[in-house]
Design a protein around this ligand. Structure first.
Ligand SMILES: C[S@@+](CC[C@H](N)C(=O)[O-])C[C@H]1O[C@@H](n2cnc3c(N)ncnc32)[C@H](O)[C@@H]1O
Length: 215
């Protein structure tokens, strides 16, 4: 009986993945704002603990960090706490309603002490920062949502300092989830060097380095 139920859940999940992936191939658009509450939920955090993702992204105290596609801020406050007062997190998203959810989250009593997040509405294709500005950039379930990934990655590379880190995290329930090899190929094509692959099949982070001599 238990096996039957498990197989049924697995089957339903596979069916959901097939249908949603076909839909996403036909209609390409950024995650709708109503998804913000699911993205920043306790259930998701159980499956994809934010502190682990931040740690394996290589985020450290004092860093100036760019989060591309921050959404409702499921990971933003965790990153801000790790970089501390000497560091800063620039949270960028194309969708104003997602950023509004981040602002609401920052206004909650438990987040009142966080003063080092700047939210910015922008397309990843044209980031409002000077060259070599960031120590690290990270994106979580975002890259595949961007139609011209190469253009976005080139722009991220521009704003990263030489030897700066780009961390890309993907998570299987996301309808745009790619295999590790797809992520590695896309990012390496932009001239980043592979640093480390961490995690498992369904929840992984790949870290890349911007070469010192610009390719
Ligand atoms: C699936 S959500 C993930 C949000 C967040 N990273 C998380 O894991 O909870 C993808 C986010 O990327 C944003 N996004 C999509 N295309 C973008 C682009 N070209 N530039 C900036 N943000 C973009 C969407 O608005 C959305 O908030």
């Amino acid at each position: 009986m238990v096996i039957k139920i498990l197989l049924m859940i697995l089957g339903l999940f596979a069916l959901y993945q097939v249908i949603i992936r076909i839909f996403r191939k036909l209609f390409h658009f950024p995650a709708p704002a109503f998804m913000g509450q699911f993205l920043d939920s306790d259930f998701r955090r159980k499956l994809q603990p934010a502190d682990k993702v931040i740690e394996r992204s290589g985020i450290k105290r004092g860093m100036r960090v760019l989060e591309v596609g921050c959404g409702s801020g499921a990971f933003t406050t965790f990153a801000a706490r790790v970089v501390g007062e000497e560091g800063k997190v620039y949270a960028v998203d194309i969708e104003p309603k997602m950023l509004k959810q981040l602002e609401t989250k920052l206004n909650r009593p438990e987040n009142q002490n966080i003063k080092n997040i700047k939210s910015i509405q922008s397309n990843a294709y044209k980031l409002p920062f000077e060259n070599d500005f960031f120590d690290l950039a990270f994106m979580i379930t975002v890259l595949q949502e961007i139609p011209d990934r190469h253009r976005a990655l080139q722009e991220i590379k521009r704003v990263l300092r030489p030897s700066g880190v780009l961390a890309v995290t993907e998570f299987l329930p996301d309808p745009d989830y790619p295999l590790k090899s797809t992520t590695i190929e896309a990012v390496k094509r932009t001239g980043f060097a592979l640093d480390e692959v961490i995690g498992n099949f369904w929840n992984y982070t790949v870290r890349f380095i911007k070469p010192s001599a610009i390719a």
